[in-house]
Design a protein around this ligand. Structure first.
Ligand code: ADP
Ligand code: ZN
Ligand code: ZN
Length: 798
């Protein structure tokens, strides 16, 4: 027997399966999807078995044997192995990267495999018993001679495979007390009447005959000590067993089960459409304003899927994976839910993953990578806030969870629901074309009105002599809230590292003459640059439009705002939430709950506060500068601005108190701002589509971003240039290639960065041409210290 193995060779990725001989003692156990150690050159490396076959095109006698089997049950199933091949082509990544991203990080660490006894010793085959006499487990490499017998027991479930990862991630064990199930037996046990503790425990045991209980809990509930429990165990009233327990990230919260709400008419219509298609690989776009009841539809459709005996994946952006959100799922589905988020330790994640793999849970709620949940019988996949760019991984494999979801839906014949208040243009365009089915919720579920949004012209403020970051109306509104003891959220619409130059008199932002994109200010070179076409010009000292000298470079930080705020309202208690204050695990939740408990009047933060904030006492939301996202050198700038404004507006007036929103802007007439005011998505969509069509960006064109790096500027520019010429000669005439040009951050870690952009409508040769480019890179440039990365359908091209 021969195994095809994809090896993990990081330095010089060798992107094809290699054949290895399977040694006789491993033949009973090996299956595709298991990891192995194999000799590769002078080293032993990790690899994944992707297939098992009888013959090889190479001389079988010369094939090297697998050195060691790392798993005794596969970590990846056939579907995921297949998916890796698809991802390799779709995202132009190495297959090994795709395989690695699908397994929990704990499994990427050092660990030991072992077989654990899962039944009385007498129940397993006689020759095996000696292995388990002393300890209830045997290390995988100590049992090589009996793999065939072990395999049979594995199939019977009398022995299970286990991973001893490391101290911190090791499977947590608890001491379980199994109380004898026969009352007769319990009553027959003699206890001296002066052994008060034992009498007390026996009383408890009689009331709980046949039950298993963790010893620490038993001590608490029965009010006895551990020696007392041992005393009765010795008398035969119970047995002790050390058992695996899953670390429950929500253990503290006692969760009350909740029933479904009665759907509104609009919700019912959407629900019915999805229910009719539960066994069809169909994609729905659920477009509903914030608070319109999308989550309730998710919960009820999932419920339906569970009733059919199938499983569901619910993806949410990491940032909205708040305890509140998780709670809603736990309330509805109890223990059937696994939650995967970045706040979990590697061990906790591994536990959740194993619950999925063993089909002990039916629903997984998680961020991007939860799309790889190894369910075998998927009935539904949901992406909430489908427009979020965090669904796209920004290093290899650069996959988009939406694409993976749709691919899986085809394998499982099940629907996908994409939900959003502000769908991505790509998705909405697909819904318009009938590729996705559009479902709409126009009103809020509880019929609360949308908050009242005021747009404040900051140019006007300046003309009136106000140079601060706070306009007069916003400052007034803040003071009013402080008097009324209501809460304020201030939002500094700051993204990325980019900065732009803006005229504070006329609102002009410096634009590239060749592209409809703003120029970026480069402090080091004192140049304004275009990141699309490479155009540059010196930083102006007066506005090119109105000749005003009030030119300013943007990029204000939250700290600076905090200082100004202290001057404006010294009595206010302010909480700041940004990357600096949320670096530690749990800090995010701590700040939010402090705010929720009324420990501050004002919450000041970056876009991370736009989501998940759901407190009844917030009656004012202020957006300090709507322009910051608007003028990013990115074709999605308007779309992102619209999405953010809609999202933050949704934070005010969610309960009884009505909400007000103030949006400050130097370009208040921009359609992304005026249309976000009343959440007019369709007019926004129409206008933005017209812009995209005119400038040749998605969804009219597909985009590929290719990035090059090297320590030497001339070298990287040379490779980039060579690549562009190669692409131009190979791709069709209608395809547009932009660049090469220096990347926005032109140097990182002393490496210079260049990029080029391919824009195409139809390009059947693209995959081949890119593979060819990769070949040139690997065979020539890589050795000279260059890197090349390809991003298909990038979420941004900055
Ligand atoms: P979305 O996910 O679109 O933001 P949610 O599902 O969170 O909306 O619903 C917003 C609020 O309305 C929640 O408090 C929810 O409990 C409530 N809600 C949703 N559907 C109903 C319904 N059918 N009846 C009553 N309340 C509902
Ligand atoms: Zn001007
Ligand atoms: Zn340009």
């Amino acid at each position: 027997m021969i195994a095809e193995v994809i090896v993990d060779v990081a330095a010089h990725p060798i992107d094809r399966p290699f054949d290895y001989a399977i040694p006789p003692h491993l033949q009973v156990l090996v299956e595709p999807g298991m990891r192995v150690k194999v000799p590769f050159g002078p080293r032993k490396v990790l690899g994944f078995i992707t297939a098992i076959k009888e013959t090889s095109e190479f001389d079988p006698a010369r094939l090297k044997p697998i050195h060691e089997l790392m798993d005794v049950v596969p970590v990846l199933n056939d579907e995921l192995l297949e998916m890796a091949k698809w991802m390799k082509i779709q995202t132009v990544c190495f297959e090994i990267d795709a395989l690695q991203v699908m397994i929990p990080s704990a499994l990427r660490a050092k660990y030991e495999k072992r077989f654990v006894l899962n039944a009385p010793l007498e129940d397993i085959a006689e020759p095996l018993r000696v292995y388990f006499e002393k300890r209830p487990f045997v290390r995988s490499q100590d049992a090589v001679e009996v793999y065939d017998l072990l395999k049979k027991e594995l199939d019977r479930g009398t022995i299970v495979a286990d991973t001893d990862i490391s101290q911190q991630t090791a499977v947590k064990k608890v001491r379980m007390i199994h109380i004898a199930d026969s009352l007769e037996k319990l009553e027959s046990i003699e206890i001296r009447s002066n052994a008060k503790q034992q009498v007390k425990l026996m009383e408890y045991m009689k009331n709980h005959a046949g039950k298993a209980i963790e010893s620490s809990r038993l001590q608490k509930e029965a009010g006895v000590s551990l020696p007392t429990i041992y005393g009765l165990v010795e008398k035969g009233a119970a047995t002790i067993n050390n058992e695996e327990s899953y670390r429950d990230p929500m253990l503290e919260a006692t969760i009350e089960q909740k029933q479904s709400l009665k759907l509104t008419e609009a919700q019912q219509t959407a629900f019915d459409a999805i229910e009719r298609s539960l066994n069809t690989p169909k994609t729905f776009l659920l477009h509903g304003i914030t608070g319109s009841g999308k989550t309730e539809i998710y919960l009820q459709t999932i419920d339906q899927v569970l009733k059919e005996g199938k499983e569901a994946i619910m993806l949410v952006p990491e940032i909205s994976l708040t305890p509140q959100m998780t709670l809603r799922f736990k309330e509805r589905f109890g223990d059937l839910v696994a939650v995967l988020h970045s706040g979990l330790s590697a061990g906790e994640k591994y536990d959740e993953w194993r619950k999925i793999q063993r089909a002990e849970v039916k629903v997984v709620v998680g961020a991007r990578s939860a799309i790889f949940a190894p369910f075998q019988n998927l009935g539904l996949i949901i992406l909430d806030e489908e427009h979020e760019s965090s669904y796209k991984q920004d290093d290899s494999p650069r996959y988009h969870a939406r694409d993976v979801a749709i691919w899986r839906s085809e394998q499982h014949n099940c629907p996908v629901i994409l939900g959003s208040a502000t769908p991505s243009l790509e998705s909405y365009a697909r819904a318009q074309k009938g590729v996705y089915e559009l479902l709409v919720l126009e009103k809020r579920a509880k019929n609360q009105p949308l908050p009242d949004v005021q747009i404040i012209d900051m140019r006007e403020e300046l003309r009136n002599g106000n140079r601060s970051m706070f306009s007069i109306p916003l400052a007034e509104a803040i003071r009013k809230r402080l008097e009324r003891k209501e809460q304020v959220v201030l939002f500094l619409n700051k993204r990325g590292y980019s900065s732009f130059v803006l005229c504070r008199d006329c609102g002009t932002v410096m634009q590239c003459p060749n592209c409809d994109i703003s120029l970026t200010y480069h402090r080091s070179s004192e140049l304004m640059k275009c990141h699309y076409c490479g155009y540059d010009e010196p930083v102006p000292h007066i506005c090119p439009e109105c000749e005003s000298e009030h030119i300013r470079f943007f990029g204000t930080g939250t700290q600076k705002v905090e200082e100004e705020l202290a001057k404006l309202v010294p009595e206010a208690r302010v909480l700041r939430m940004d990357v600096d204050t949320t670096r530690n695990k749990g800090a995010h939740e701590k700040i939010l709950s402090a705010f929720g408990d009324g420990k501050a009047d004002i919450l000041l933060g970056t876009q991370m506060i736009a989501k998940g904030l759901d407190f009844p006492n917030i009656t004012l939301v202020g957006v300090l500068s709507a322009d910051t996202t608007l003028h990013l050198p990115d074709f999605r700038a308007a779309e992102k601005t619209y999405q953010l404004l809609t999202q933050v507006s949704g934070r005010a007036g969610r309960d009884i108190l009505p909400g007000e929103v103030y949006v400050q802007s130097y370009t208040p007439e921009h359609y992304a701002i005026t249309l976000a005011k009343d959440q007019l998505y369709e007019p926004f969509y129409d206008q933005e589509m017209a812009m995209r069509r005119a400038s040749g960006y998605p969804p009219y064109y597909y985009v590929v971003n290719i990035q090059f790096t090297h320590e030497d500027l001339m070298t990287v520019a040379g490779y980039a240039d060579q690549s562009v010429r190669y692409l131009q000669s190979e791709l069709s005439a209608s395809t547009i290639i932009i660049g090469p040009s220096a990347s926005l951050i032109a140097r990182v870690n002393n490496r210079y960065r260049y990029q080029c952009l391919i824009k195409y409508k139809k390009e059947p040769k693209l995959a081949d041409v890119l593979q060819q480019l990769i070949k040139i890179y690997r065979s020539e440039w890589l050795k000279k210290g260059a890197t090349l990365s390809i991003d298909m359908n990038p979420t941004s091209v900055m």
